[in-house]
Design a protein around this ligand. Structure first.
Ligand SMILES: Cc1cc2nc3c(=O)[nH]c(=O)nc-3n(C[C@H](O)[C@H](O)[C@H](O)COP(=O)(O)O)c2cc1C
Length: 338
């Protein structure tokens, strides 16, 4: 009896640490739109619909990409504990908010070094905003990252020529302007952009973006988290280089556009980001504004993704200092099933 209790306690501690790791996944506006529960040898992941961006993300596509990123992180963390997990995605059509059940499965005797390397990147990975360092992202790494996306059922495409890059950057400018015209969008952004000194552990704090960033060529505009208040961190040396480096502009897309594909895209994205972090501190800057405007998303689909559905627009590049980020404590997102 005592022994059984000990092993239950140990398992609860392990689940807690794996879920804690999963919460370090990226999420749109750092909404952290996930809830976890566990009972027996199962960890369940649910979307927290109250945290969906009702204006920017009415279908919950970005919410599910965020949850997919958390699911991939959970898979890595559980493997790092020595388990061989089995994942059932969207296991119950009557409960669409139940996104995945992860069964811990048997403990394997040896941990994989490759998985451990991914695990080590979970807390090191950060979203970048602004220009990159001049060190280019090598072709070998880009090939590896494309393969990593494919392993999760998504496609990472580099915008190879300057006209494609310029066009997608210009569509991002158009989307950013359209967002500025929408008071409801501005209100929603304000909710997730806490003012300096705030103790909130969600949203995008001023320590996560530069105060000023000179335009890169082409210029992919950032989300306006500061909203004219002059918030943001002091410009880093990178932002004052003579030629601010835009990095490698890419899209991440899927063949279909259903909730299961959004979860796939999120898992693929996080696999790519962790692998990139592992190789020479390559990070991503995201520019998903145009994907929130249906006509612009369609244009990116047909002209730049060969008909596949774009899920993310990002730039990859080398970073030095990293921005900061915040997370809610694991207790707020994890419950034990009775
Ligand atoms: C679906 C999705 C869309 C995102 N879009 C943007 C974006 O357009 N601009 C941006 O600066 N960050 C974007 N992000 C990054 C989040 O803001 C970031 O993950 C969050 O603030 C947490 O910070 P961290 O990634 O450094 O941990 C996006 C993330 C996700 C998952």
């Amino acid at each position: 009896m005592e022994k059984g209790q000990d092993s239950n306690d140990r398992r609860a501690g392990e689940v807690r640490s794996a879920v804690e790791a999963a919460t370090w996944a990226p999420s749109v506006h750092n909404t952290q739109p996930w809830l976890f529960s566990f009972g027996g040898d199962r960890i369940s992941l649910r979307a927290d619909g109250d945290r969906r961006l009702g204006v920017a993300d009415p279908d919950g596509r970005e919410m599910l990409i965020s949850c997919g990123a958390a699911l991939f992180t959970l898979r890595v963390a559980v493997r790092d504990l020595g388990y061989e997990p089995e994942v059932r995605v969207l296991p119950d059509p009557d409960r669409p908010h139940l996104l995945a059940d992860l069964y811990l499965g048997a403990r394997t005797r040896s941990r994989s070094d490759d998985n451990s390397r991914l695990f080590e990147q979970i807390r090191r990975r950060r979203t970048h905003r602004g220009a990159f360092k001049p060190e280019p992202v090598g072709d070998a790494l880009l090939t590896l990252l494309r393969q990593e996306a494919q392993r999760e059922g998504a496609m990472l495409r580099v915008l190879e020529d300057q006209y494609s890059r310029n066009a997608v950057a210009a569509l991002t400018v158009a989307a950013e302007n359209m967002h500025h015209l929408s008071p409801s969008y501005a209100g929603e952004l304000a909710r997730w952009a806490p003012s300096p000194g705030s103790t909130r552990q969600e949203g995008v704090p001023e320590s996560a973006y530069p105060r000023e960033a000179p335009p890169t060529d082409p210029h992919f505009p950032a989300r306006d988290f500061a909203r004219g208040h002059g918030w943001g961190t002091e410009p880093s040396i990178l932002d004052w280089l003579e030629e601010p480096v835009a990095g490698v502009a890419c899209t991440l897309s899927t063949k279909e556009d259903r909730p299961v594909d959004w979860l796939r895209a999120g898992q693929a994205m996080q696999r790519v980001l962790l692998r990139a972090t592992q190789h020479g501190d390559v990070a991503a800057a995201f520019h998903t504004q145009a994907l929130e405007v249906p006509g612009l998303r369609e244009l990116i689909q047909t002209r730049f993704c060969a008909g596949d559905h774009p899920q993310m627009v990002l730039r990859l590049g080398t970073v030095g200092d990293k921005f900061e980020t915040v997370r809610r404590p694991v207790e707020q997102v994890l419950t034990e099933e009775s």
